[in-house]
Write a protein that binds this ligand. Structure first.
Ligand code: 2P0
Length: 323
């Protein structure tokens, strides 16, 4: 049977930056994210006894090499859980605005987990799906759920995602400022490992992140945009500080990233609540109230052009259908 899953990407407000266990992918800290409506992956999977190897087509291109191996390794986990041996065809489409550079392993592995598990005859709960997606990519653990979600440390069974506020239907938005859409030099998998093992600030990162978890959860439940933004911006800068203090140091942020981060600070001084968060790349995501879109955009247009700004809102959890 063919199954198709749609999973949306998510942006972490408290970041996942370091693995407690690299083999099964468990994190050193709790991360909290917002799933977005604008960016998602559709993936169709079917297992076929006549195949002699797994096949992977992404955005109409046949994929080989490392990316195919990553998908095959993930399918091995699904095959083992389902007790089947046949290879699979995987067809994926990333729905990301052209050249946004936001193709994400979160939506990719969440959608693959959903479609492959169903196609293999498994009927997993959302928690079980989250655990499976985690073994493909850590951030995918959270993309099973809509709205705000968290992913906690733990063991193979307990380190899973859960919804915090699935229907985030109050005014919050995330504007992505695309600064560079090129492949990054240091991938997040290698980057987080290097920061964790060499930065003298890493232990402080874990300690501070632990303190931020309950503050963030309370702020989300209280719909408190300013506190959410303040904690998210601090957490992002702390994550980037572990990279800049790694040995040798590395850095994802460019001069343009800093221009946008400082612009957000200036707007705050004028009373507009807008906060920056940055992942393993130079793009900046601005957390704000939709009512302030125009004034933020006007300030942004002094730094970047209109087509470099993509606005997104809270999105839904995974959807899986036959066919
Ligand atoms: C996050 N990032 O929480 C953090 C913030 C990037 C910066 O999760 O090694 O691709 O596959 O588990 O999920 C990116 O890391 O890493 C990421 P793996 P992943 O969203």
């Amino acid at each position: 049977m063919h199954f198709t899953a749609r999973a949306h990407t998510n942006i972490a407000l408290l970041k996942y930056w370091g693995k407690a266990d690299t083999a099964i992918i468990t994190p050193t800290t709790t991360s909290i994210s917002l799933t977005l409506d604008e960016f998602y992956t559709d993936t169709t999977v079917w297992f076929d006894e006549s195949l002699t190897a797994d096949k992977f087509i992404l955005d109409n291109e046949i994929i080989t090499g490392h990316a195919l191996q990553k998908v095959s390794r993930f399918l091995n986990i699904v095959r083992q859980q389902a007790g089947i041996a046949s290879y699979a065809s995987v067809i994926s489409t990333n729905h990301v605005p052209t050249a946004a550079g936001l193709a994400s392993s979160a939506s990719a592995f969440a959608a693959l987990a959903g479609a492959a598990s169903k196609a293999a005859g498994l009927d997993l709960t959302l928690t079980e799906l989250s655990r499976l997606a985690r073994q493909g990519s850590g951030s995918a653990t959270r993309s099973i759920f809509g709205g705000f979600a968290q992913w906690t440390p733990g063991n193979d069974l307990t380190s899973v995602g859960s919804p915090l506020l699935a229907d985030a239907d109050w005014p919050i938005q995330l504007m992505t400022v695309v600064i560079n859409d090129q492949q990054k030099e240091v991938g997040s998998r290698a980057g987080m490992q290097h920061a964790m093992t060499t930065s003298p600030f890493y232990d402080l990162w874990v300690k501070t992140a632990n303190e931020q978890v309950n503050q963030m959860i309370t702020a989300i439940h209280e719909h408190d945009l300013m506190t959410i933004g303040q904690i998210a911006e601090a957490n992002a800068l702390q994550m980037h500080a572990t990279n800049m203090t790694a040995v040798p140091p590395f850095n994802y942020l460019t001069d343009k990233s800093w221009e946008v981060i400082l612009m957000a600070q200036e707007l705050r001084q004028k009373g507009i609540p807008v906060y920056a968060t940055m992942d393993a790349g130079p793009n900046v995501k601005l957390i704000s109230n939709p009512a302030d879109t125009e004034v933020i955009k006007e300030a942004l247009l002094a730094i970047v052009s209109d087509n470099q700004v993509i606005n997104a809102h809270p999105g839904p959890g995974i959807q899986i259908n036959a066919g």
